[in-house]
Write a protein of this length. Structure first.
Length: 317
């Protein structure tokens, strides 16, 4: 008589990753903690935005490009480290969790140490952002501060983004539209509809990565109360969402080089936003004197000033 076979579950989870018995070297722990396989998600939109500005006729500002790449990478590293520490403290990363190893849950590093590393990465990104703000003006100030706040809010605060179904929108916006638009601006070109399309092309695959991760962690997330998009959808629904995010960029790509996409000219707006932060006080005063000279040269203003001066002269006599 043949032995009775156990039924195979339809949604079989991958086996949990066993933690090595011996503690790795410090550099290996740091390498695992920053999750290097995910860092291309932050690098790609900066390169795409800078390339788009160059294709539209702007000269490449190499130092700003390098600083933007470092800044984007540091913010993502800080976000990954903060997530590692917080998820361990909240009990989300248990030994039976499938997927890549988490250094805090493995007991190799304390949550406090990982938090300090995250804070150091955020601080380094902020310092680089000061230079980028001097290059790009107030829009870059807004983008930088919003990115730092979003990186912390992904796992921190009373309502973490990673515990909600809006994580994919967060990734699409910050790792797509905003990153590409900010990079275009830093290279001296004003964002237009092509910038938005390029942002979607970069952001949608990045959001798809999050769908895959959350689908893998679906059971563990539901156990600790994380209501991600993959957790709310069925496995089939999450698969369809992933397919949509991966295939839509291929439909948008032909539009980037299409003549039907209008090119907006916001060059004057770019200069207006750039001047307060990117220029010195002396240059601002010089521009003010130039504007005053232009206003005084207008016929109506010149006539009014002449009348006033004549009246003052008669009063004195």
């Amino acid at each position: 008589m043949l032995p009775k076979r156990e039924p195979i579950p339809l949604t079989k989870q991958p086996p949990p990753l066993a933690y090595p018995a011996t503690r790795p070297k410090a550099w290996r722990i740091a390498w695992l903690a920053i999750r290097p396989r995910t860092l291309s998600v932050s690098v790609a939109p900066v390169l795409v935005g800078s390339s788009l500005a160059w294709a539209e006729g702007s000269s490449v500002h190499w130092l700003a490009l390098f600083a933007a790449l470092c800044c984007a990478t540091l913010i993502q590293i800080a976000t990954n480290l903060h997530n590692d520490a917080v998820d361990c403290e909240k009990g989300n990363d248990l030994p039976d969790r499938p997927g890549p190893l988490r250094v805090t849950a493995a007991g190799w590093v304390t949550p406090g140490t990982v938090r300090r590393a995250a804070l150091g990465s955020f601080a380094a990104a902020f310092l680089l952002g000061i230079y980028l703000a001097a290059v790009g003006g107030w829009p870059i100030v807004g983008i930088g501060l919003a990115s730092l706040l979003a990186g912390w809010s992904y796992s921190g605060g009373p309502r973490p983004i990673s515990y909600s179904p809006f994580g994919e929108l967060f990734v699409l916006f910050f790792f797509g539209v905003l990153a590409v638009g900010g990079s275009v601006w830093l290279q001296g070109h004003a964002p237009d509809l092509s910038t938005l399309l390029a942002g979607l092309v970069c952001g949608l695959p990045a959001a798809a990565v999050l769908v895959v991760n959350n689908t893998r962690d679906r059971v563990a997330d539901l156990r600790v109360g994380r209501r991600t998009l993959a957790a709310l959808l069925s496995r089939a629904g999450a698969t369809r969402a992933y397919a949509f995010m991966m295939l839509l960029p291929f439909a948008l790509l032909p539009l980037l080089g299409s003549e039907f996409v209008p090119k907006a000219d916001f060059s004057e707006t770019h200069l207006a936003f750039e001047t307060p932060v990117g220029s010195s006080i002396e240059s601002t005063e010089t521009k003010a004197r130039e504007v005053e000279a232009i206003v005084r040269s207008l016929p109506e203003v010149r006539y009014t000033l002449t009348t006033i001066n004549s009246g003052n002269a008669q009063g004195k006599t």
